[in-house]
Design a protein around this ligand. Structure first.
Ligand SMILES: *Cc1c(COP(=O)(O)O)cnc(C)c1O
Length: 417
């Protein structure tokens, strides 16, 4: 459930009409609903209330400081994947003991900074990384808390680019090698294995893969404990899907929690969850203006001022996003159309072969469900400044990241002389 609704045929974010924001801020812009964000976080947290747990929101889904700030005030921790994300966590005062660090390519300086900050644990993805962490922690006179990220070889049945828990994916330690590596870790002087981690993919719409993965890592956990390796934290990653179309009904956080908790029954662990998309995906919307409408031989092209550099999901994952007029009119016929951006790429589209109400140049349209992997994946391709981000709470809105300027884009560059 989110707070983007029509009121008197004007699309609103909470109590604020989106056309009003467009007037003040210009287009395109991302607009986030603080109330939706908080609601999604609360629903997720309540689903796990019966067990000892820590929610580490996956920062890469949307790393805007305003969003991180709202979540950390709500008690969220963070799953980070880079030194830059660690710095964001630091800026908004997230305690180290609420941070886990994932990713296959952690650099030496990223590891040192995370050790300095005192994060809860590193989710280690290779033997090489384990050794590097041990060496660096030794140099700093510290002991690094770690989990191994296990690749359970489970098919998440999602887009191949966002599936991570299959043998052929680069992520994690193969299940068969995990026990051995845990034994090595336990023998190292400067790391302490305290956790077990797995994350099998993103935008999962069924529960079976989660349960299957959990069953595999549960066995490993039992074996580790028998060997005296004291695992306290069981990190089950993120990946719960969201509805991008009205008729999609992925499991809600309650069902997700029930399925996991049923498997955990009696297991004495602190559960860690790393939700990203399910918290922020439907808390954001991209508002863009129609520049031109071009009639092709087979369909209409609605050309907007936002492009694939602002929202790459359709190009990258063939993702579906609902497109809505900001001003709803009932005198418009539906036509077959593509909604496309101004960029010189055929992949530059937001909707393809879609029945949409007619649009005219100058009108506003909204691309729904773009709070996750929207702005955070945006780029300056085609030397396009990144768009503004706006936060709304009830009847109030504020720009939380101003639109970049072309001046800003160019000021760091120099000629080779
Ligand atoms: C991306 C990612 C997440 C979040 O995934 P969502 O599908 O957005 O919930 C969690 N954990 C890890 C390790 C990730 O890479």
């Amino acid at each position: 459930m989110d707070y983007f609704c029509y009121q008197e045929n004007r699309l609103h974010c909470e109590q604020v009409p989106l056309d009003k924001i467009a007037q003040v801020v210009g287009t395109p812009f991302y607009c986030y609903s603080a109330g939706t964000l908080e609601r999604h976080f609360d629903v997720f947290r309540e689903a796990f209330a019966s067990v000892d747990h820590l929610i580490c929101y996956s920062v890469k889904a949307n790393s805007s400081l305003a969003i991180l700030d709202i979540l950390v005030r709500r008690g969220s921790g963070f799953d980070i994947v880079s030194g830059g994300e660690l710095e964001r966590a630091r800026r908004i005062g997230c305690p180290g003991q609420r941070i886990v660090f994932s990713g296959v390519g952690k650099s030496a300086s990223e590891i040192k900074n995370a050790l300095e900050y005192g994060i809860l644990m590193f989710n280690v993805e290779s033997p090489g990384e384990l050794m590097r962490i041990n060496t660096l922690a030794g140099q700093m006179g510290k002991k690094a808390p770690i989990a191994l990220r296990i690749n359970p070889d489970v098919n998440p049945v999602t887009h191949p680019y966002i599936s991570t828990g299959l043998k052929r994916n680069k992520f994690g330690i193969p299940h068969a090698q995990a026990l051995d590596l845990y034994r090595q870790a336990a023998a190292l002087e400067h790391v302490t294995p305290i956790g077990l981690d797995c994350h099998i993919g993103s935008q999962l719409t069924t529960l079976e893969p989660f349960v299957e993965a959990l069953q595999r890592v549960k066995q490993l956990l039992a074996t580790l404990r028998k060997e005296g390796i004291a695992i306290r934290y069981l990190d089950l990653g993120g990946g719960l899907g969201i509805p991008y179309e009205a008729q999609q009904t992925p499991p809600n956080p309650e069902r997700y929690a029930r399925a996991l908790l049923a498997e955990l029954d009696g297991l004495d662990v602190v559960l860690i969850l790393e939700p990203g998309r399910v918290i922020v995906g439907n808390a954001g919307i991209l508002v863009t203006r129609v520049e031109y409408v071009k009639t092709g031989e087979e369909k209409r092209f609605i050309i907007t001022d936002a492009g694939m550099n602002d929202l790459i999901r359709p190009a990258l994952y063939d993702a579906y996003h609902t497109v809505l007029p900001v001003m709803r009119r009932f005198d418009r016929e539906e036509i077959l159309a593509d909604v496309v951006g101004p960029i010189c790429e055929t992949g530059d589209f937001f909707a393809r072969d879609r029945m949409l109400p007619e649009f005219y140049p100058g009108e506003l349209l909204a691309v729904r469900s773009t709070g996750a992997y929207g702005f955070s994946m945006s780029s300056n391709y085609n030397t396009r400044p990144r768009v503004a981000e706006v936060m709304v709470r009830q009847n109030r809105f504020a720009v939380v990241r101003p639109r970049e300027t072309i001046q800003q884009l160019l000021e760091q560059e120099t000629l080779f002389t």
